[in-house]
Design a protein around this ligand. Sequence first.
Ligand code: COA
Length: 333
Amino acid sequence: MKPLEPCGVRLAGTGSAVPPQVLHNRDLERMMDTSDEWIAQRTGIRERRICDPTKEGTFTLGRDALVRALEASGMAGKDLDLVICGTCTGEMPCPSTACRIASEVGATPAAAFDLTAACCGFVYSMNVADSLIRSGRFRAVGVIGVDAMSTAIDYDDRSVSILFGDAAGAAVLVRDPDPTRGCIYQRMHADGAGWSNLYIPRRPQEVPEEDRDNPIKLGCLRMNGREVFRFAVTKFRETVEDALAGTGLGVDQIAQFVCHQSNQRIIEAAREKIGIPPEKMPVNIDRFGNSSAGSAGLLLDQLRRDGKFGVGDHVVLVAFGGGLTWASGVWRI
Ligand code: COA
């Protein structure tokens, strides 16, 4: 068999979707013992978007984001040969959310699968898609990062519920003859020893002894906020520094650092330590909260539409989250 020609990957288009319903900190004040000031000071969040569970969810948000990414690419669903959906809130364990989205956008018989890496869902999926295109096995991939976290939140509890919102981001990636285009450096890591710092137990036996008194309902997200904060601040900085060292690029050569929107304090701490100007590490957490796998793709789409990066620019994607997982991808657009 003839060896495959080396190739690169072109970001043909991006899209995103959020539900119209806004849940402001002031709404949460009426639901639980908290305040707009406490939430904004600790997290940078003012409001987030929440699905109407009767008609919206992971599937509809992911589908709408991919439809918009296809429109931006000037491509149709039938042009895709693979759809990857990074999510941890798929409505059904079977079929995958990706299968239903692929069918809705007309991508049949493209391959389709979900990828579970919690808040790293979009960055992991982008890295996997780039690698599969470079392997020569796929030509055009629809990548989605989406979570409807409101479906896994106990709104009687104030410690976790204030952080999360619902959103989807998507990208269409296409084989390109220029091998220097696409994801030029990537890292994906996990440390399962820390799983119980951020988890969604379905049955009582999945709850570790030390968390048995936690009043959060089964089926809802539990978090050890302080441990996650410690992990995130360190890993986030290390991951960005590793991406710069691994590519030999300086901060001045990166157009945008597109980071998972976990908490403004976590992002700011890393940004200041590394010496990145604020305009290169934008945040939208004030308006959308932490949307898990949805956040990096949502921000990427907003930045692309605002013209914050273009062909030839370098963009760094970074995320960390449940698993525990952390990942980066350096893209030459
Ligand atoms: N409103 C008001 N008070 C609250 C509150 C809320 N929503 N949630 C907790 N508190 C209270 C606590 O009960 C505690 O009160 P006490 O001192 O009387 O016991 C106090 O505030 C401090 O709680 P603590 O949990 O130590 O707060 P914190 O400073 O660690 O902030 C987080 C909490 C969640 C904002 C912070 O730990 C965090 O951001 N962690 C990382 C979360 C994250 O990014 N997760 C996603 C990763 S992908």
